[in-house]
Design a protein around this ligand. Structure first.
Ligand code: ATP
Length: 237
């Protein structure tokens, strides 16, 4: 079953084609990577996916619904962790968990989610006093408290130190084993290569290559996704 179907998606800002005819599907339970450098159109694509932006062309179905029309219903079924999401500095971890759970009609047990993501010991700590890795862990837990079927994670590990980054990877793998469909947006090629079943490589608003990391590297005769990207771009930076 397809959890997400995007066909010929287009979005322009003035005369700039931010997303220029993008087509892909994500199967239920799959971890799907959207990778590419800054300005490639990744964030605009996911903003259309979750109904935050209206496409100028093409169609999108998420769990069978058009996000531009069914945003309220879909909000119950999608967990989102957007780039640079932030909480008020003084809100405590447990307060944030309880608050987010209250947004859903049938949330998971927020205390259980908090423990599962090793946040129990931080329950009374303020968001502003958490480390970068702890903040990211909390944002993930908040995206999951509504028991979503699809989770969208944008630039999850940007700014994290290597240890927190690995820890976050472990959490994403755990998500995958729970059967959740994950869309992982990243400009780190190693991250998508390690975590994703399939990857769409974005450049200048288009998909340059799509498939398993192995298929993409085999197709370009390269040893890594990053090398594949530069081979596709015809540059060797
Ligand atoms: N609100 C906006 N108004 C005008 N141009 C925009 C707007 N949002 C994005 N763009 C432009 O659209 C293009 C795609 O941006 P987008 O943020 O989707 O790329 P991205 O791949 O997510 O990059 P990044 O990782 O830097 O966020 C870029 O050229 C960007 O400058």
């Amino acid at each position: 079953m397809e959890a997400i179907e995007v066909t010929d998606l287009r979005k322009t800002y003035g005369d700039r084609n931010a997303v220029d005819g993008v087509t892909f599907t994500v199967r239920a339970g799959e971890t799907f990577g959207i990778v590419g450098h800054n300005g490639a159109g990744k964030t605009t694509t996911v903003e259309c996916l979750i109904g935050l932006k209206r496409p100028d062309g093409g169609t999108i179905r998420v769990l069978g619904e058009d996000p531009a029309r069914g945003r309220r219903t879909l909000a119950e079924r999608i967990g989102v962790q957007l780039q640079e999401s932030a909480l008020p500095e003084r809100i405590k971890v447990a307060e944030a968990m309880r608050l987010y759970a209250s947004f859903y009609r049938r949330p998971g047990d927020w205390q259980e989610v908090m423990e599962r993501w090793s946040l129990g010991q931080l329950a009374r700590k303020a968001y502003g006093d958490l480390s970068g890795g702890q903040k990211q862990r909390l944002m993930l837990a908040l995206a999951l408290v509504g028991r979503p079927e699809v989770v969208v994670l944008d630039e999850l590990t940007t700014g994290l130190d290597p240890i927190s980054r690995r820890e976050t990877w472990r959490l994403v793998r755990e998500l995958k084993t729970s059967g959740t469909t994950v869309v992982l947006v990243s400009h780190y090629f190693d991250e998508t290569e390690t975590l994703c079943d399939r990857v769409a490589v974005f450049a200048r608003g288009r998909i340059e290559a799509m498939g398993t990391p192995g298929e993409i590297t085999a197709g370009t005769g390269t040893a890594s996704l990053e090398e594949a990207y530069f081979a596709l771009e015809g540059t060797d930076r």
